[in-house]
Design a protein around this ligand. Structure first.
Ligand code: GCW
Length: 685
C-alpha cells in the first residue's frame, strides 16, 4: 500500500486509460513548453550587422517572433569593459524607442536576448532598461544520471531523453528544445551519462552518437561532457590494469581523449566517480584521487578539456560517514592539476532534505571546488511532492565557512571571490526525462529553472526566482502569484518538517528512498546504509553526536562555527540531531521538551501541505484545466505521504521516548505494525 514505486508504474498506464477523454482537446496545456510560453507571433525588427552564425540566427529568430517592442540592436563589442562581462551582456534602451544588447560574444547576445524576453514575459520590460549581467560561475552544468539502456538513476520523469538506440540516424526534437530551455536560463554545459558510468560510453560507436547530440546543442552554446568509468583501460581496452601511473594506461587515455576530440571538437571534459560506492578508482592500485585526476587532466589539457573529480566517497569503516570525504581529500589539497575541479555535494552525507554544508568548502584552499546539487528529488518525494529547491541552495550559498574570517561563504569560496581559481563551476543532477512536462511534476520545472538562474547569479533571491518562474509559467495576476509563491517558498521547510525535522537525516526506506523507514534493519547490511546509524534513537535520547565526545566531525569546520555547532545551546536547532545526541526531555528554545517539539514539527509539516491544497484549489481560475488537475492530484499524494511520514516517525520514535504525542495535535491514523509490515513485504518482493 505504501510502496510508491508501484504506484509510479500505475501512473505510466494512466495516460493511456485517460487518452480518449482528452483526445478532443485542441491545445493541450501539458507543460511541454516549460517557462518558454511567449506567443511567437510578433514581428520585431532586429538589427545586426556583424558576422552571421547559427547562434545569431537563433537570437534573431527568438527576438523577431517574440519581442513586441521597438527594434532591438545586437552589438558585439570588444572593449575591456565589455570583455570583463565574459559571456554576460548589457541591455540598454527603452521598449518604445529601441533596445540595444551588447556583448563580447555571440553567446552573450543569446543570453541577453533571453533576458530581454524574460523581462517582457514577467512584465518588467517597461521604462528605461539599464542592465549589466555577467555570470558568477564559468561552467553551469547539468549532470544526467542517464544510463545507456534508457533508464535514469533517481529519475522520476520517465525514461532518458537521450535516445541512444535511434542515434546517430534519428534526432529527437527534444534535443533542440532541451538546448533552448537551458540556454534561456544560462546553463552552458551538460554531462550526458550517469556517474555510475558504463565503459561502453567510450566506444567509437557511442562517441559518434554523442557527437550528434553535441552538434545539436552547440548553437545554444551547451558543451557536452561525459562520465567515465575509471577501469575503462582494462574493461574496454583489454589492458591488464587501469593503474593511473602505468605507462600503457596513460597512453590508452591519451589516445582515447584524442579520439574524442577528433569526433567532438567542442567536447568539454570528463566527470569521474571513482572509489565510491563500489566503483573502481586509483585507490585500487594504491594511488590517490589526485593521481587519477591528474592523469586524465594531462590528456585533456592540450584540448582545453577539464576533469570534474567527485568527492562523494565513503566506505564501511568505523569512521563517521560525514567525515570521510574530508579525511580523504583534505590531505590532497594543492596536488591537483590546474584543469581539475573537485565536485563536492552540498552537504557531507547525501542530498538530504537539510544538511549543513560539506566541510570541504573553505578547507581546500588550493583546489578549485564546485558544488553539486541534486535537482531531481531523490530524497524529497520524487516528482510527487511539490518542493521548491531554491531556498535549499540559497541556504548553502549563504553558509559562512569562516575559512578566511567572517563572510567566507560557500558562494565566495567557489565563485573565485576568495581564492583566485582558474575554473569556477556549479552542477546540478538533472530532473529531466521524456515525460511530456519534462520533470514529472509541473512545479519540478521550477527547480530546473532555479538551478540555472542561481548558477548564473547566486545572489538572486528564492523569491525573485519563484516570482519570475510563476509569471512565465502560469499567471501574472497578483491574486494567483502571491499565495502560490508563498507556497513555493515555504515548501522546502515544510518537507523538512514532515520528513526529517531538527537535524534528522537519512531515515528513508531502503534503496528507493521514497518513504520513511526509521526502523529498517537488514541483517548483514552496511551500518551506514541503515537509518539507525543516523538517528541513534534509544531510551534516553536521539541524534548523532558529532562533537568531540562523539565522532568529532565538527572538528572539520572552522572556528568560531566549530564552537557554535559544538555547544548544544548555540547549535542551530535545525541541525540539532545532526550534531548532538539529546535526551527526549531536552529543553528547546520554544520552552517545550524535545519530544514535544519533534511532534509539533511533524504535525506542522502535515498541516502546511493541507494549506497548499487549499491554496492550489483557490488558484483554479488562473490555471488551465490540465495542469491544474495534475498538480491537484500530486498534492493529494503529498498530503497522504506527509501523514505517513509523521505517523511512521512519531510512532516509531515513541517506542523509545515512551512519551505521549501532545494532545492538541492530530492523532496518528496508521498502526506502526502495519507500516513496518508493509515495508517488509515490499522488500521481500
Ligand atoms: O545519492 C546516492 C544515490 C545514488 C547515486 C550516488 C552518487 C549515482 O542514491 O543513486 O549514484 O548518490 O551521487 O554517486
Amino acid at each position: 500500500m505504501y510502496f510508491r514505486p508501484n504506484y509510479l508504474h500505475m501512473k505510466k498506464l494512466l495516460p493511456l486509460i485517460l487518452l480518449p477523454l482528452f483526445a478532443f482537446q485542441v491545445q493541450a496545456e501539458d507543460g511541454s513548453r516549460l517557462w518558454l510560453r511567449a506567443k511567437a507571433d510578433a514581428n520585431a525588427q532586429v538589427v545586426y550587422d556583424a558576422e552571421k552564425s547559427p547562434t545569431i540566427d537563433i537570437v534573431v529568430n527568438e527576438l523577431q517572433t517574440q519581442w513586441t517592442g521597438a527594434p532591438v540592436h545586437l552589438v558585439i563589442a570588444q572593449s575591456k569593459d565589455i570583455r570583463a562581462l565574459k559571456d554576460g551582456y548589457l541591455i540598454a534602451g527603452n521598449r518604445t524607442t529601441g533596445v540595444t544588447i551588447t556583448s563580447a560574444t555571440e553567446q552573450g547576445l543569446l543570453y541577453g536576448a533571453y533576458h530581454l524576453l524574460r523581462l517582457q514575459e514577467t512584465g518588467k520590460a517597461e521604462g528605461t532598461l539599464n542592465i549589466r549581467e555577467s555570470p558568477l560561475y564559468d561552467i553551469r552544468i547539468l549532470n544526467h544520471w542517464d544510463n545507456l539502456d534508457g533508464s535514469v538513476e533517481r529519475g522520476y520523469a520517465g525514461q532518458s531523453i537521450w535516445k541512444w538506440d535511434e542515434l546517430p540516424g534519428r534526432l529527437s526534437p527534444r534535443y533542440k528544445a532541451y538546448a533552448r530551455a537551458n540556454a534561456s536560463i544560462g546553463i552552458n554545459a551538460t554531462v550526458l551519462n550517469n556517474v555510475n558510468a558504463s565503459p561502453k560510453i567510450l566506444t567509437a560507436e557511442m562517441l559518434n552518437k554523442v557527437k550528434v547530440i553535441a552538434d545539436e546543442l552547440q548553437p545554444y552554446h551547451i558543451k557536452v561532457y561525459l562520465s567515465i568509468n575509471f577501469s575503462s583501460p582494462a574493461q574496454l581496452g583489454g589492458l591488464p590494469t587501469s593503474d593511473p601511473l602505468n605507462a600503457d594506461v596513460r597512453k590508452w587515455w591519451k589516445d582515447k581523449i584524442n579520439e574524442i576530440y577528433r569526433i567532438i571538437p567542442n567536447f568539454g571534459g570528463l566527470l569521474v566517480k571513482a572509489n565510491s560506492e563500489g566503483l573502481p578508482g586509483p585507490q585500487d592500485f594504491g594511488r590517490t584521487h589526485a593521481d587519477g585526476a591528474n592523469m586524465l587532466a594531462e590528456a585533456l589539457k592540450p584540448h582545453g578539456g577539464i576533469v570534474m573529480w567527485r568527492a562523494f566517497v565513503y566506505s564501511p569503516s568505523n569512521e563517521d560517514r560525514a567525515k570521510q570525504a574530508g579525511l580523504e581529500f583534505l590531505p590532497l589539497d594543492g596536488q591537483f592539476a590546474d584543469n581539475v575541479i573537485v565536485q563536492v555535494k552540498n552537504g557531507p552525507i547525501d542530498f538530504q532534505p537539510r544538511e549543513p554544508f560539506s566541510p570541504l568548502f573553505g578547507a581546500m584552499k588550493k583546489t578549485p571546488l564546485m558544488a553539486e546539487f541534486q535537482i531531481t528529488q531523490e530524497y524529497l518525494g520524487f516528482s510527487n511532492h511539490l518542493v521548491f529547491l531554491a531556498p535549499l541552495w540559497k541556504e548553502f550559498f549563504d553558509s559562512d565557512t569562516y575559512c578566511n574570517g567572517k563572510g567566507s561563504t560557500t558562494a565566495a569560496v567557489t565563485d573565485g571571490t576568495l581564492f583566485p581559481q582558474p575554473l569556477t563551476a556549479v552542477s546540478g543532477v538533472a530532473n529531466i526525462g521524456e515525460d511530456t512536462n519534462w520533470c514529472g511534476h509541473h512545479f519540478a520545472q521550477a527547480n530546473w529553472y532555479a538551478f540555472g538562474r542561481l548558477a548564473w547569479n547566486h545572489r538572486l533571491t528564492a523569491d525573485e526566482i519563484a516570482d519570475e518562474w510563476l509569471r512565465q509559467t502560469f499567471s501574472q495576476d497578483p491574486a494567483f502569484l502571491e499565495p502560490v509563491k508563498s507556497m513555493m517558498l515555504t515548501s522546502r521547510e515544510t518537507a523538512v518538517d514532515y520528513m526529517m525535522p531538527l537535524g534528522l537525516h537519512h531515515i528513508f526506506a531502503w534503496s528507493h528512498h521514497y518513504g520513511p523507514e526509521p526502523w529498517t534493519d537488514i541483517p548483514g547490511a552496511r551500518p551506514d546504509w541503515l537509518p539507525s546509524y543516523y538517528h541513534q534513537a534509544e531510551a534516553r535520547g536521539i541524534g548523532f553526536d558529532r562533537t568531540d565526545k562523539g565522532s568529532n566531525a565538527i572538528s572539520q569546520y572552522f572556528s568560531p562555527l566549530r564552537e557554535e555547532l559544538s555547544n548544544v545551546k548555540t547549535c542551530p536547532e535545525k541541525f540539532l540531531l545532526w550534531f548532538h545526541h539529546v535526551p527526549w526531555n531536552y529543553k528547546m528554545k520554544s520552552g517545550r521538551q524535545f519530544w514535544d517539539e519533534l511532534c509539533y514539527k511533524y504535525d506542522s509539516g502535515v498541516q502546511q501541505v493541507r494549506e497548499y491544497q487549499k491554496t492550489w484549489d483557490k488558484a483554479v481560475q488562473y490555471v488551465d484545466e490540465e495542469r491544474f488537475g495534475h498538480v491537484q492530484s500530486r498534492l493529494k499524494i503529498q498530503a497522504q505521504d506527509a501523514v505517513w511520514w509523521k505517523d511512521a516517525c512519531l510512532l516509531y520514535f515513541q517506542t523509545f521516548s515512551k512519551l505521549p504525542v501532545p494532545y492538541d495535535i492530530e492523532r496518528p491514523v496508521h498502526e506502526l505494525d502495519e507500516l513496518m509490515q508493509s515495508s517488509k513485504e515490499q522488500k521481500n518482493k
